[in-house]
Ligand binder design. Structure first.
Ligand SMILES: Cc1ncc(COP(=O)(O)OP(=O)(O)O)c(N)n1
Ligand SMILES: Cc1ncsc1CCOP(=O)(O)O
Ligand SMILES: [Mg+2]
Length: 234
């Protein structure tokens, strides 16, 4: 089974060296995987291409050590070139996550192949219209947010008038019904948000700070995963 078929975005870690309070990216990923996280995205706005390749290698090794290389997808944010180059050096990269100003999904699919995972995000204020009208045939999931304004991505939900448009629980419910592909929700997500988010029908949550910024990343990750599982089981 390809990673695309096995994709589980229910508990999704987004991580870069600038988020981990000086701790190795691989250690924080290991902690998240031990707690049950199901997907990892390497995202850095400060790394060079070579640094991002090294970080991706570190992430892949952590996933391999956890025995999760066939279950947990490893994606790279924005950088199709880095995903391709990392693969060329033998690193198991499963795909990319791109936004509306990044390389188009068509190019990602063409370069990485039919088994690659391609995630996409769209402008917060246009998301509902987007899921109803855009061609999603090459996309594996949609990243939606922010649930709350977040310092990790200050432009997320930024409207033309400078205000931040956040997603309400009702917005998420509407998106989950309208979307032809799975939806993962992020942006300021904390454990207290999980029960309501899970009940909207979306497929998962993604976090940076709630795990990468925690004093005990494994305990924080476990709380998030347990809250998601409990909410889905109820
Ligand atoms: C899972 C997930 N969802 C959304 C995003 C945001 O992607 P993008 O809009 O390209 O913004 P940047 O992350 O590049 O700042 C994401 N990375 N992951
Ligand atoms: C990558 C991304 N895309 C939308 S919000 C966000 C960052 C979420 O980070 P945090 O969980 O720290 O609020
Ligand atoms: Mg991007």
């Amino acid at each position: 089974m390809s990673m695309r078929d096995a994709l589980d975005i229910s508990s999704y870690l987004v991580i870069g060296p600038e988020n981990t309070c000086g701790r190795p990216v691989g250690d924080v990923i290991s902690a998240a995987l031990a707690a049950g996280f199901t997907c990892v995205q390497v995202r850095s706005k400060v790394c060079s291409a070579r640094e991002l390749m090294a970080c991706t290698d570190e992430a892949a090794r952590a996933i391999e050590r956890a025995g999760a290389s066939e279950k947990v997808a490893l994606l790279i944010d924005d950088r199709l070139d880095v995903a391709f180059a990392a693969r060329e050096t033998g690193v198991k990269v499963d795909g990319v996550h791109v936004g509306q100003s990044d390389v188009p999904v068509e190019a990602c699919r063409k370069l990485l192949g039919p088994d690659a995972v391609v995630g996409l995000s769209a402008r917060a204020d246009e998301m509902l219209e987007y899921v109803k009208t855009a061609d999603m045939s090459l996309v594996d999931y949609l990243g939606v947010g922010p649930l709350h304004e977040t310092p990790t991505k200050r432009d997320c939900g930024l409207a033309a008038d400078g205000t931040i448009i956040t997603k309400s629980i009702d917005d998420l419910r509407e998106l989950a019904i309208a979307s032809p592909v799975p939806i993962v929700v992020g942006g300021g997500v904390k454990v207290a948000d999980i029960p309501l988010v899970a009940q909207t029908g979306v497929d998962g949550f993604f976090v940076v700070s709630a795990v990468c910024g925690a004093s005990d990343p494994e305990a924080a990750a476990r709380e998030l995963v347990c809250a998601w599982r409990e909410a889905k089981a109820s």
